[in-house]
Write a protein that binds this ligand. Structure first.
Ligand SMILES: [Zn+2]
Length: 131
């Protein structure tokens, strides 16, 4: 049990080390909703690798985190913020934005957006792993 705890601590430490680079990459704005002046935390986009990797992390606010963590409480209006992040050139951001958009069934604006996007094979493959 102690070992598991250490591992968790270690992962947490590595992720917080990513903070500086993620702050630079994101310009200190949430990488999903682009809100500035709010607390941002690294989030690992699944599937979670054995060792944390920055390319698999997105830097997001607590509100976006809630939208990811509680599918039942997804707010379709809130998620309109993904309009821009769905076009991100950073695969982890694009994957998470599209994943959330795809969960919004019957939202015409979300479907239109998804139709317009060009996805690289890398992003397609990653999305398949989230299903
Ligand atoms: Zn956000």
């Amino acid at each position: 049990m102690a070992k598991g705890f250490d591992k968790h601590q270690q992962r947490h430490y590595i992720l917080s080390e990513f903070g500086k680079d993620l702050a630079r990459r994101s310009g200190s704005r949430c990488e999903l909703c682009e809100t500035a002046h709010t607390a941002l935390r690294p989030y690992e986009v699944p599937p979670i690798p054995h060792e944390p990797h920055i390319d698999q992390c997105i830097f997001i606010c607590d509100d976006c985190r809630k939208q990811i963590d509680s599918p039942k409480h997804r707010d379709n209006d809130y998620l309109r913020c993904l309009n821009r992040s769905a076009w991100s050139e950073i695969p982890a951001i694009q994957v998470m934005a599209i994943y959330l958009l795809q969960s919004l069934s019957k939202e015409i604006w979300a479907e239109d957006l998804l139709d317009q996007l060009y996805l690289t094979p890398e992003v397609e493959q990653w999305l398949d792993q989230l299903k």
